[in-house]
Design a protein around this ligand. Structure first.
Ligand SMILES: [Zn+2]
Length: 315
């Protein structure tokens, strides 16, 4: 691919060096910022029914839509050259190009969605999953959530809403402090989503506790056992996740266990002896417990995601 673009553009050089100039091109896609992409229409028509209609309409205006015109039809599109270029890399047999900023990534997905490029949308999401992980800090994650809401990208809105709930213990006041990042309506919807998840978590985690953590941690002699015969400290730990899902974290779990073991070690009475100190060595039990707890939490999130994603425009 080489470099043709006609008008001066504010876009940086790397894009100009990568623009499509395909052998056998029979149409030109013109970006909002005046980059030209010379491509065979068949790729575009086969990838997007929306663009297919636009191309046929443009071709008809030049005469026979089925003939190869002397003058290549120019299809004006409202996207930037950078976004169009990235989009085309998911249609043509070239190395996929994912934009560098969260804003552009979300915009790329939204454009592919708008043009009903189902296969491209899938490929873009796959590339994003391989190349990016969600930000660790709250503000960038909230920003990505707001972008997903803005562009009507439901899977991304769900993914970020879940990440926020699992990483942060947020109060209504915390949300109020983030109004500079996203509109109040989006924050309100996020808060409602979190409330729904917590309500379902409370129900599902209660069943989990009553099932003795699905039998994954039983038979330990502890001075304080719950009615379902698991140590009370573990019962309390599971309960705490209902109110603060960010406590679903191995560090939090190990800290709760360590506190209990230290408490018992500090008591001299033989009557208060318990076997919990041996739990850390029961690696298989711990792993099975953790996987079972994770599957309960995943299930709770999925129940909400099916019907209750707020504020999204599509999907
Ligand atoms: Zn114990």
């Amino acid at each position: 691919m080489s470099t043709p673009h006609e008008a001066a553009s504010p876009t940086d050089e790397p894009l100009a060096n990568l623009l499509f100039d395909h052998t056998g091109a029979d149409i030109i896609l013109r970006s909002q910022d005046s980059f030209h992409f010379r491509v065979p229409r068949i790729y575009i028509v086969n990838s997007s029914p929306i663009l297919g209609r636009v191309i046929r309409r443009t071709s008809r205006s030049l005469g026979d839509a089925n003939a190869i015109p002397v003058v290549k039809p120019v299809v004006h599109l409202p996207e930037s050259g950078e976004i169009l270029h990235c989009l085309l890399t998911f249609i043509f047999p070239v190395t996929p190009r994912v934009p560098s900023t969260p804003e552009e990534i979300m915009e790329l997905l939204s454009v592919a969605q708008k043009y009903q490029m189902g296969t491209a949308v899938t490929h873009i999401r796959g590339s994003i999953a391989r190349q990016n992980s969600l930000p660790a800090r709250l503000k960038p994650t909230l920003h990505m959530y707001a972008l997903a809401q803005k562009y009507g990208l439901r899977p991304e809105a769900l993914q970020t809403a879940r990440a926020i709930l699992l990483k942060q213990s947020m109060t209504i006041e915390d949300f109020d402090n983030e109004l500079d990042i996203m509109p109040g309506a989006s924050l309100y919807e996020l808060l409602k989503y979190h409330e729904r998840v917590r309500a379902i978590l409370a129900s599902d985690l209660t069943k989990f506790r009553m099932s003795s953590a699905r039998g994954t941690i039983t038979g330990f002699r502890c001075t304080e056992l719950s009615p379902s015969q698991i140590p009370c400290w573990l019962d309390h730990y599971i309960c705490s996740i209902e109110k603060a899902p960010n406590r679903f974290d191995l560090v939090e779990f190990n800290a709760a266990m360590a506190r209990h073991i230290a408490d018992r070690a500090a008591t001299a009475s033989e009557d208060l002896h318990c076997d919990c100190a041996s739990i850390p060595s029961q690696t298989r039990s711990i792993r099975e417990f953790w996987e079972a707890l994770g599957s309960v939490i995943d299930g709770s999130f999925e129940k909400v995601s099916v019907v209750d994603v707020p504020g999204c425009l599509q999907y």
